[in-house]
Design a protein around this ligand. Structure first.
Ligand code: NAP
Length: 259
């Protein structure tokens, strides 16, 4: 089945699109024909992404802001609708990770991770839902993690946040099914992005990737395009009977440590 142009006429809002999985997802959805609004805190990489999508023949706008700010979520949804005439696809992707056992986790660090990774998706979903109800092809896709399904010592707040994202996904799927809106999550294993580099979660990133190749049963770690391809499928009509799904993307699930 050809997927070219299958998202034509659809409007996507992708949070955390300035790098990694979010950037690859925005580019892929645009390549499939969707108009795309991209968010993140840093305007420069967002502007570069908009330019790249435009040069490739797509349509995109950048809306810089922090997902912890509910006014930003409301503004991002409103600007997307104003610019493109509606909203069809919300991808809640922005995320951060932190390191250390629960015993040593400060209240500020707990709040930072829970606010970005769990409250952000709540803010964006809540703002988007009125625009999605009853719209053909309307869908929410949450980027969760293997840590939402299994405990990993040393990244406790992240595990708790992603478990919350999984439950948010399942509750929203049931609440929105009567309105024809599908809601799914993906649960990636380790993907090569800035996520772990941006913190001291992994002191030696290259050594970490080598260890992960051994603990991911397929023998390699993911690239952002692996997530983008799965997301593009799940937000398309090819996945029209899938909702409330927590879809693994992890090369075989045997990952035992995120340090
Ligand atoms: N990489 C992995 O191994 C892996 C595995 C499982 C799940 N995930 C999930 O995948 C998602 C994307 O992460 P990634 O791996 O692609 O990492 P990444 O390259 O670091 O991307 C994270 C994105 O989130 C944005 N972001 C962070 N804090 C934000 C905030 N407060 N407000 C708005 N945007 C914010 C960042 O942009 P700014 O810095 O410009 O704000 C960036 O665009 C996350 O939800 C992550 O938990 C990643």
């Amino acid at each position: 089945m050809s997927t070219a142009g299958e998202l034509a006429g659809r409007v996507a809002l992708v949070t955390g699109a300035s790098s990694g999985i979010g950037r690859a997802t925005a580019e892929t959805l645009a390549a499939h024909g969707a108009a795309v609004a991209v968010t993140g805190r840093r305007p420069e990489p967002l502007d570069a992404l908009v330019a790249a999508i435009s040069e490739a023949g797509g349509r995109a706008i950048a809306i810089a802001g922090d997902v912890r700010d509910e006014a930003h979520a409301a503004e991002a949804v409103a600007r997307t609708v104003a610019e493109f005439g509606g909203l069809t696809i919300l991808v809640n992707n922005a995320g951060v990770i932190g390191a250390g056992p629960i015993e040593d986790t400060t209240t500020e660090e707990w709040d930072r991770i829970l606010d970005v990774d769990l409250k952000g998706p709540f803010f964006f979903a809540r703002a988007a839902i009125p625009h999605l109800k009853g719209v053909e092809g309307a869908t929410i896709l949450n980027v969760s993690s293997v840590t939402g399904r299994r405990p990993y010592p040393g990244v406790g707040p992240y595990c708790v946040a992603k478990a919350g994202v999984d439950m948010l996904t399942e509750v929203l799927a049931l609440e929105l099914a009567p309105h024809g809106v599908r809601v799914n999550a993906i649960n990636p294993g380790v993907v090569v992005t800035n996520l772990h580099k941006a913190t001291d979660t992994v002191p030696d990133y290259d050594a970490f990737l080598e260890r992960c190749k051994e603990t991911h049963p397929l023998g390699w770690v993911g690239e952002p395009v692996d997530a983008a391809e799965l997301i593009a499928f799940l937000v398309s009509d090819r996945a029209r009977w899938i909702t409330g799904g927590l879809v693994p993307l992890d090369g075989g699930r045997a990952l035992t440590s995120l340090r």
